[in-house]
Design a protein around this ligand. Structure first.
Ligand SMILES: *[C@@H]1O[C@H](CO)[C@@H](O)[C@H](O)[C@H]1NC(C)=O
Length: 434
């Protein structure tokens, strides 16, 4: 009964291992015995053996001959048995080696996880049913001012509770930038900073008392910054953002085609590495849904369930200074430097794809912002402006991301929400007219 408690695999292994050891021992014993019998037919003990030989020389010779015949047969038999057994033994030894290696690997993995865990805190017991919660709020990194002392000084002055709104801008977006900071000032936000990508923008900010940071000259980065199109500049921001996080600040990254209507810092949840506004246009598309794929040819199994979610908008997200956040920035920046891709697509792929063969996924926690508070321009122009109830809501920000005529729509949004001009949004079509 006790034997049954062991796993069947273990029992078989140890049994056959024992059996083969016994067999090998017997075989070696017999073989050595035969060899000895052959070399020392009268035994090892010289003092006795030598006189006996002398007494009966002829007899001993006959005996030796027959023994030689018999033992050589047995030796051959044992030899082949020995070969077979030692082959088996070698196989088993290899198995043992492989299993030991696997055990070591498994131990290394668990050691790493254990170490990480110990770094985070006390090892918990699982609580009662319904009370357990995984980690989604990762610890922040220790600030490292040596990364950029000049920026550290600026942030010390500008940030509030180690949080800051950051926008990248060059002279191409000057008019939008003006609407952007005018509304930020109007709602009383002080912790914001423009990363100026050219001198003109830098001067423009200074003359408007807008906190500005002009980066140290960095060829390559700067040519993109000065003359780059929208997407090229978007790629830049992931590299620049890293320093802010290394300095220990949480950043609310903001494009400049955004109208601020309230202070977003009063409405963030702050429980995730990335808290982002969505490109979704209703609850389903923004927060995720089960999208059933129908393939009638499969008959009984025609319905395949898939997971879908509209992408996060990489033009407005709150990012906490944690290791997964910095890893995300690095991964996106690395990919954008290697491939021609849209930064928002890359940002989302890195954020959402799970680990799979040949790929290790990012393990960052994510939160989708409320689509009626952090609103995109599709929600506004397709739904909200036509709905009497939704029209009464006061959004926190509106991002004119879905429309190319950004500046007139931004101004109309200010007219509607700030100056109360009820028909300000009417002239615009839902989408762009091309
Ligand atoms: C969308 O989600 C919000 C928040 O969960 C909820 O209050 C609202 O009723 C939902 N709207 C629709 C149309 O389901």
């Amino acid at each position: 009964m006790i034997g049954r408690r062991e796993g069947p695999l273990m029992r078989n292994n140890s049994h056959s291992l024992q059996k083969s050891r016994v067999l090998v021992a017997i075989a070696i014993g017999v073989f050595v015995g035969c060899v000895c019998a052959f070399l020392f037919p009268s035994g090892f003990f010289g003092s006795n053996a030598i006189p006996r030989r002398n007494y009966n020389l002829v007899g001993s010779k006959i005996q030796a001959n027959s023994a030689e015949c018999e033992s050589s047969d047995r030796v051959n038999m044992l030899k082949s048995e020995f070969v077979a057994v030692s082959e088996k033994n070698a196989q088993l030894k290899k198995q043992v080696r492989e299993l030991t290696e696997r055990l070591q690997q498994a131990k290394q993995g668990s050691d790493q996880a254990q170490k990480q865990f110990l770094a985070l805190g006390k090892q918990p017991k699982a609580g009662p049913f319904g009370t357990v919660q995984g980690l989604r709020t990762n610890p922040t990194v220790v600030p490292d001012e040596s990364v950029n002392p000049r920026l550290a000084k600026i942030l010390e002055k500008v940030a509030v509770q180690r949080e800051v709104i950051v926008a990248l801008a060059n002279a191409n977006v000057k008019e939008m930038l003006e609407v952007w900071f005018t509304n930020i000032k109007r709602v009383g936000i002080t912790n914001y900073l423009v990363v100026a990508l050219d001198d003109e923008t830098s001067k423009f900010c200074e003359s408007n008392q807008v906190p500005v940071y002009k980066r140290d000259p960095d060829e390559g980065v700067d040519t993109i910054g000065r003359s780059g199109g929208n997407h090229a500049v978007s790629g830049l921001k992931f590299r620049i953002l890293r320093e802010f996080l290394q300095l220990g600040y949480s950043v609310l990254l903001s494009d400049v085609d955004i109208v601020y209507l309230q202070n977003p810092f009063d409405h963030l949840i702050r429980d995730s590495d990335i808290e982002s506004m969505s490109d979704g246009h209703n609850n389903m598309t923004a927060y995720g849904f089960n999208d059933v794929f129908d393939e009638p040819a499969m008959g009984w199994a025609r319905y395949a369930h898939t997971m879908r979610i509209w992408v996060y908008n990489s033009g407005f997200f709150y990012i906490r200074p944690t290791i997964p956040s910095i890893e995300l920035l690095d991964r996106v920046a690395t990919r954008l430097s290697r491939e021609k891709a849209w930064d928002q697509a890359v940002f989302n792929e890195e954020l959402f794809y799970p680990s799979h063969p040949g790929y290790i996924g990012l393990h960052a926690s994510r939160r989708t912002m409320d689509i009626y508070l952090f609103m995109n321009s599709k929600v506004l122009f397709k739904t909200v402006r036509k709905d009497d109830n939704l029209k009464k809501l006061k959004p926190i920000i509106i991002h004119v991301n879905y429309h190319p005529d950004k500046l007139p729509r931004m101004k109309a949004i200010v007219e509607f929400y700030v100056n109360g001009k009820q028909d300000a949004l009417q002239p615009f079509p839902d989408g762009s007219d091309w």
